[in-house]
Design a protein around this ligand. Structure first.
Ligand code: NAD
Length: 350
């Protein structure tokens, strides 16, 4: 196995990891350890080029610094990627090789499950390094993060409603949910429980039918969900959905959901602001996932208490962001970034 350090001014440490015998080519990007060990999942997918894989690792690890700092976790930002179709290239030997590269970082980077990885894969990695979370069992195993992620998003929806409509009471509020997977389903369940009227869309029609039965949800076609008239849009499927094409057609007053990287570009956050659509920054709204993983990394004994406290803190942070955005006339995504940067300045690198 070969590990090469790539000089990258924007990041603390970036490694390229390769192994000819298993076909492994991957990157580990540590963006910042200023607030603690860098934490962020391991993603495996068939990238078009090494450059694309590296760019993804750099972008995602930067995002993890912001997400972890916004959640008030003593963790920095990191991310790892492996090139290749997991169904074709993933093997125990390949994962063992990558585990060796994580181990070599001596705890500066903690990995976990992300796209193309499963809890079983984390067990394989755990044979080669202790710096792995998302294990299916063990004393601190944190399990599926989605229910905790959904709890955080639900709080964010209520907080956003308070700011946009003057009340966090969701009774009768129309909420459009894009994506009924792990996160979207739990969120829809909570919204329904709070009396919201749901409009849902998923590329899997069976999920929509289930939601119609379970929650009385109206179903929108996948290509119409971003144009339905509703109070709040909760994106819970894919990234980049708030862009130059979709924003002019939105017919909602606010956006608060769980998908990562909802804004295609920062300029799209400004475009939402100009349209008067209140945006709950995604990395603040969906921090429940990393809060859940953090219980494993930080070896928290009273998980439920930690999760509840941290979710309340994340909601308070969102509340502060939306308050500042209103008083200063700024777009919330900018205020969120400012708050994170000032938190990092208050805790200078050791
Ligand atoms: P998932 O794969 O379980 O669910 C995604 C759902 O969206 C699927 O049901 C899929 O059919 C549907 N979908 C895909 N494209 C769609 C489209 N164009 N229109 C409508 N539906 C579509 O994933 P998940 O774990 O629920 O995560 C959802 C989003 O939340 C992702 O962006 C993920 O990165 C983010 N997120 C998840 C967690 C977590 O704890 N799982 C934490 C933080 C962020």
């Amino acid at each position: 196995m070969q590990i090469t350090t790539l000089p990258t001014p924007s990041h603390e440490e970036v490694s390229r990891v390769s192994d000819d015998t298993t076909g492994l080519v991957g990157f580990i990007a540590i963006h910042s350890t200023q607030l603690g060990p860098a934490a962020g999942g391991l993603r495996m997918k068939p990238y078009a080029s090494e450059e694309a894989a590296l760019t993804d690792a750099l972008r995602l690890s930067h995002g993890m610094t912001f997400k972890n700092a916004a959640a008030g976790l003593p963790l920095g930002g990191g991310k790892a990627v492996i090139m290749g179709d997991p169904l074709v290239l993933k093997s125990e030997a390949l994962l063992a090789g990558f585990a060796g590269a994580i181990a070599a970082l001596k705890g500066r980077y903690w990995t976990a499950e992300d796209m193309g990885m499963s809890p079983a894969d984390m067990t394989v990695i755990a044979r080669g390094t202790e710096f792995v979370a998302g294990l299916p069992d063990g004393p601190f195993a944190s399990g599926d993060p989605s229910p905790v992620t959904a709890r955080g998003i639900f709080n964010a929806v209520r907080c956003t409603a308070r700011h946009r409509f003057g009340s966090g009471d969701l009774t009768g509020r129309k909420v459009a949910v894009q994506g009924l997977g792990h996160v979207g389903w739990y969120l829809a369940e909570m919204l329904h429980g709070a009396g919201a009227a749901l409009i849902v869309a998923d590329i899997d029609p069976a999920r929509c039918d289930q939601a119609a039965k379970a929650f009385g949800a109206a179903i929108a076609p996948v290509d119409r969900i971003l144009q339905v008239e509703a109070d709040i849009l909760a994106p819970c499927a894919i990234g980049g959905i708030l862009n130059a094409e979709t924003i002019p057609a939105l017919r909602v007053q606010a956006v608060a959901g769980g998908a990562n990287n909802q804004l295609a570009t920062p300029a799209d956050g400004d475009a939402l602001h100009r349209r008067g659509i209140l945006y709950a920054p995604d990395y603040v709204a969906n921090a429940g996932g990393i809060i859940n993983v953090a219980t494993e990394i930080l070896k928290i004994r009273d998980r439920e208490r930690f999760v509840t406290d941290k979710l309340a803190e994340a909601e308070a942070t969102l509340d502060a962001i939306l308050t500042q955005a209103a008083t200063r006339g700024l777009a919330p995504h900018k205020v969120a970034d400012d708050i994170v940067l000032s938190r990092m300045q208050q805790r200078p690198a050791a």
